[in-house]
Design a protein around this ligand. Structure first.
Ligand code: SF4
Length: 466
């Protein structure tokens, strides 16, 4: 098991799409996906359309590993959609990489999806009983199949009809020969925004991808909205009535890049505000505040600024540990954490330390970090978490681990404190998190079990993947 990264929830996909016949659309999509690499590192793909046919290239690995300059040069067209994907173990297959492309009666279509459907298994069984053959194990193919079935209508009508049938979380990019359509589920669970590059438009999961290609942020796609970009510009319709609006709060806590703004809320600032709230709820007399990099950094800064305590880098992250990192043997398990994060003795020795992290999922990393900081001579180590305890699984495209593996589902806070070995363990309250995120509603289901949709009784990630 990966001792460090396995102790965090995993995002399951990033999307980018652009309609710009006069530009190098494959290269722009490549850069857009590069900016979204944190949303999925297992496979990457780009599909282009020249107005007549769709060509796709995809492979396992990082964007930079999948696409060579020659491969990109071969992807010529008027528009492109791209996808980066993370998957659970066992289904990290090339056949599951996206965009998915199909030929059907009226032509060709490509689809890129972020999220999880909660009724994919039922729909899949129904389609299967009618003779539909599936080539992948992902729920995205269910969506593509349904749109293709409805394609006697316009593409937008077919998407809207599909949106009425499917439940759960989705941000979609669907490319036909002459247009790209972006759609977001009626709860707005997964993010999707619109950018403008000159007179042309593009889509991205996060605004950081728009910044990267020099596009101007236009706005977020609204929950339930269906937005088309084509030769004539941008057109919009509503697919399904908006339902309980609930964008994922974990995007702000951990997943999204801090330089992104999602649904009008900047990620860096919302994380800093989580630290401000932590300082109000749990002020500790300490000599230094250190973050667990990188996602703990803005909260640690907000905490330090509010209490007037020095903020320093007490843990240093090795940025060059890639996917191919060979896990040490059992005997060398401690090395795994120290290769990725190492404590800065100069900052820690003889001091009362507050260490701030964004979340604890299984607790395996936190105990190692506390031990490491104590081993460097800290007088006290207080661990503060800038989100509430994660007690429930996510059904909406985030791999939080099964409920039984969530430490906060198995132990109370004092038991977790003893397990991680900290002098104090404090989690931000749900109220504090809501204050940090402003007045708009968000999904908090992995903290409180209040899911914005009905969720399946039995859930297997292998059944319903991104
Ligand atoms: S359950 Fe948690 S991780 Fe899943 S969408 Fe809701 S807030 Fe995000």
């Amino acid at each position: 098991m990966d001792l460090l990264w396995d102790d965090k929830p995993k995002e399951e996909c990033g999307l980018f799409g652009i309609f710009a016949p006069e530009k190098e659309i494959a290269r722009l999509t490549y850069y857009g996906l590069y900016a979204l690499q944190h949303r999925g590192q297992e496979s990457a793909g780009i599909a282009v359309s020249d107005g007549r046919k769709i060509v796709v290239e995809k492979g396992m690995g990082l964007v930079s590993e999948v696409f060579s300059p020659d491969l990109l040069a071969g992807l010529q067209g008027k528009m492109a959609i791209g996808h980066v994907r993370y998957s659970t173990t066992g289904s990290s297959l090339l056949s599951n990489a996206q965009p998915l492309v199909v030929h059907f009666q009226n032509g060709m279509m490509a689809l890129a999806h972020n999220g999880n459907l909660t009724n994919a298994v039922e729909i899949r069984q129904e389609l299967g009983s009618q003779g539909t053959v599936f080539q992948t194990t992902i729920d995205s193919e269910v969506i593509l199949n349904m749109i293709a079935r409805y394609r006697r209508h316009s593409l937008e009508d077919a998407i809207i009809k599909t949106m009425i049938d499917i439940k759960g979380a989705y941000a979609l990019l669907i490319m036909a020969e002459d247009k790209i359509v972006g759609a977001r589920d009626p709860h707005g669970l997964r993010p999707l925004c619109i950018g403008r590059l000159g007179e042309r438009y593009c889509f991205a999961s996060e605004s950081c991808a728009l910044d990267t290609i020099g596009a101007e942020f236009v706005r977020d796609v609204k929950p339930g909205e269906v937005v088309t970009i084509d030769e004539a510009g941008l057109h919009t319709r509503f697919g399904t009535p908006q339902e309980r609006i609930a964008p994922c709060s974990f995007e702000y806590i951990y997943f999204a890049r801090p330089d992104s703004t999602l649904d009008n809320l900047n990620v860096w600032e919302s994380r800093r505000q989580m630290g401000v709230q932590l300082a109000k709820e749990c002020p500790i007399e300490a000599d230094v505040i250190i973050p667990v990099p990188d996602s703990g950094t803005p909260a640690a800064l907000g905490y330090a600024q509010t209490l007037g305590i020095p903020f320093e880098e007490g843990l240093l992250k090795n940025r060059y540990v890639g996917r191919t990192f060979i896990q040490p043997t059992q005997e060398l398990r401690e090395v795994a954490v120290r290769i990725k994060l190492n404590a800065n003795k100069q900052v820690i020795r003889g001091r009362r330390v507050v260490m701030i992290d964004d979340s604890i999922v299984r607790g395996t990393t936190s105990s190692k970090l506390v031990e490491m900081v104590k081993g460097c001579g800290a007088k006290e180590v207080h661990l503060l978490i800038s989100s509430p305890p994660v007690k429930y699984s996510c059904y909406y495209g985030i791999d939080t681990a099964e409920r039984e593996k969530l430490i906060a589902n198995q132990m109370n806070i004092d038991e977790i404190r003893k397990f991680v070995g900290a002098d104090t363990l404090y989690y931000l309250s749900e109220e504090g998190l809501k204050k940090a995120l402003g007045s708009d509603p968000v999904c908090l289901a992995c903290f409180n079990g209040d899911y914005p949709t009905t969720v399946p009784k039995k859930f297997s990630k292998e059944d319903m993947e991104c």
